[in-house]
Design a protein around this ligand. Structure first.
Ligand code: GLV
Ligand code: MG
Length: 303
């Protein structure tokens, strides 16, 4: 079964232990919100947070926002309990589970199999989708097999924070993630993830941006990620949501340009030509593919 395409321009992180933040997250306008049972929750809070998260997913009005949790990694003793408790309470109100620190395809298989058993036992009328975080060097080395590991998988997310630690990169609190040194230090990981995701037919989502008080830098980071083929970015504060939603949407000018490209290509085709020009730029079959991508995105986003 092919995954259902869904917008994920912004994926807003909210600690599952902090109920005071849930209503704001539900009203944030993010394409997806995930209540985080992993690193945003203190270890002592993680088990209690499961019920809080599941009831919030079930009881609040989330509008068109997709509802997700981030579970703990499958190498922790929390993993099975996270899935069983949240799915049992939230049932169809849970759209997506984000699996962190995935290293191999078997990690995805483990969650998929547990979900299949739960869905059958509980008689759920809907399949829960998966997203995975690539944030271990081992995960990046196996990203192709991970990307194809389950037909529940809808997106691969780059987790730059843990990935830097896993790689031994010397990022400290003074590190500017936009600094070109020498070129983006994460460029290889990002490019690798986009190519694997596109090959498997799933979305690539870019990493969190730690400095939530610098909207201008966040916008640049979104635009760079969008230019590479990422379809969205994590937001760690509601104020980042609108910036991501805008940066990952085609603009009215892009949509109009795509329509002109198609018309130009079709006119050339009727005249027996494969290539022609628009505003001094070559138009050929590759441009038709770009135009189709813009049109499909616009349709998915209702633009
Ligand atoms: C996200 O989990 C990250 O580590 O960046
Ligand atoms: Mg992480």
């Amino acid at each position: 079964m092919a995954p259902t395409p869904r917008p994920r321009r912004s994926e807003l992180a909210t600690p599952a232990s902090n109920e005071d933040m849930f209503a704001k997250a539900a009203a944030s306008g993010a394409d997806l919100v995930f209540l985080d049972l992993e690193d945003a929750c203190a270890p002592a809070e993680r088990e209690k947070a499961r019920g809080k998260a599941a009831r919030a997913l079930r009881d609040l009005d989330w509008g068109r926002t997709a509802r997700a949790i981030r579970m703990n990694g499958i190498d922790t003793h929390w993993a099975y309990g996270d899935v069983i408790e949240v799915v049992t309470i939230a049932r169809e109100a849970l759209d997506v589970i984000i699996v962190p620190k995935v290293r191999r395809a078997r990690d995805v298989w483990w969650v998929d199999t547990l979900l299949t058993q739960l869905e059958e036992t509980l008689g759920l009328r809907k399949r829960i989708a998966l997203e995975v975080l690539i944030e271990e060097t081992e995960g990046l080395q196996h990203v192709d097999e991970i990307a194809a590991a389950s037909d529940r998988l809808e997106a691969i997310i780059f987790g730059a924070g843990d990935f830097s630690a896993s790689q031994g990169a010397r990022v400290d609190t003074n590190f500017d993630p936009l600094v070109e040194f020498p070129g983006d230090i994460w460029h290889y990981a990002r490019a690798r993830i986009v190519v694997a995701a596109r090959t498997a037919g799933v979305d690539a989502i870019d990493a969190p941006f730690p400095n939530y008080k610098d909207p201008a830098a966040y916008r640049v980071a979104c635009e760079r990620a969008a230019a590479m083929g990422f379809l969205g970015k994590w937001a760690i504060h509601p104020s980042q949501v609108e910036i991501a939603n805008t940066a990952f949407s085609p603009t009215p000018e892009e949509i109009a340009h795509a329509e002109r490209l198609v018309a130009t290509y079709r006119a050339a085709e009727s005249a027996g030509k494969g290539a022609s020009g628009l505003d001094g730029m070559l138009v050929d079959a590759a441009h038709l593919r770009h135009a189709a991508t813009v049109a499909n995105r616009a349709e998915l986003l209702g633009l």
